[in-house]
Design a protein around this ligand. Structure first.
Ligand SMILES: [Zn+2]
Length: 180
């Protein structure tokens, strides 16, 4: 590998890490409509999900980590899609970052994160007007979700809070008028 490439990577990495730093209490949810398919991606700061942000230091913490992963693989417990849409889960994938013990001599990760990706097939995706987030009930440290709905008309961002844990897309006329 040329030395120049190594030096460049060393300069770029810290600023990249800074740009991607998350805000504790705030997760992001991306919901993409593609015909009958519905893709949902959740990125959550580690402390929101398990209450700690470093490798587990006890059996209880290890257990909390495993329980969180199991819960994240069950999106029906976290995201409430209207029954009328008749969505079925095709895939659920959960990625955990920063909870592994660092290699000898290496620093622990500054932040930890959970990422979950779900793929649904829905008989009637147009029935998805209100989306509820029992997510907050399952993860007491979470306070806000930044939810982006992506349709063929583009993205719309909703700020969802513990006090009002739902996205309401309004009625069809309102959606047509606003382009949402
Ligand atoms: Zn963090």
């Amino acid at each position: 590998m040329p030395m120049r490439g190594v030096a460049l990577a060393a300069v770029l990495l810290p600023s990249l890490a800074l740009a991607q730093a998350h805000q504790h209490g705030r997760s992001t949810v991306m919901i993409t409509f593609e015909g009958k398919r519905l893709a949902i991606e959740v990125v959550a700061p580690g402390p929101d999900i398990v209450g700690y942000e470093r490798p587990p230091q006890s059996a209880a913490e290890q257990q909390a980590l495993a329980a969180a992963v199991a819960l994240l693989k069950t999106p029906s417990a976290l995201i409430d899609l209207p029954a009328a849409a008749r969505c079925t889960l095709d895939e659920a994938e959960v990625t955990v970052e920063g909870y592994d013990a660092p290699a000898a001599g290496a620093p622990a990760a500054a932040h930890t994160e959970f990422e979950a990706a779900y793929m649904f097939t829905c008989v009637d995706p147009s029935a998805i007007r209100v989306i509820g987030f029992p997510f907050f009930a399952k993860f007491p440290n979470s306070a806000e979700l930044e939810v982006t709905l992506v349709t063929d008309r583009g993205p719309t961002v909703y700020e969802v809070t513990r006090d009002k844990p739902r996205v309401d897309r309004g009625n069809a006329l309102w959606r047509w008028l606003t382009g949402r």
